[in-house]
Design a protein around this ligand. Sequence first.
Ligand SMILES: [Zn+2]
Length: 140
Amino acid sequence: MMKLLTDRTWIESSEFTREFEYPTEAGSGYCFDLGSDKLPIFNSEAGKANWFGCISGEFNVVDLGVVERDTSHWQSAIGKCECGEQHSMDGDIHCKCGRRYNWCGQELWQYDDPCLHDDVDWGMEEEAMELDAIEQNAQY
Ligand SMILES: [Zn+2]
């Protein structure tokens, strides 16, 4: 079993953009991502040219100002393999030491590459049957 270092966490934050809209085409125009300093982030020379076109008045656009949007997402739990390597627990994990784990940190018993074998027993079937039995017993 992988040792859980941090739980899965719900992250809420805000993103800021500066938006410009064509006066005759609502919803159409330019939108620039802003950094934490509220300055535009340019990913290309074309984006930079568009920014200066908007703020200089060269483009016929209306400045809508800085727009804040709330964002949120799940940050995966962090687990630690027996060898000490840390992993983001967001899917099946294949550690460089050779151990394999499922997304919730349960070690899978067969370490060989499953693509090389047709008869791989990942050890999960027996455990799933045990869980089914426990759930069935809990209903009575
Ligand atoms: Zn490892």
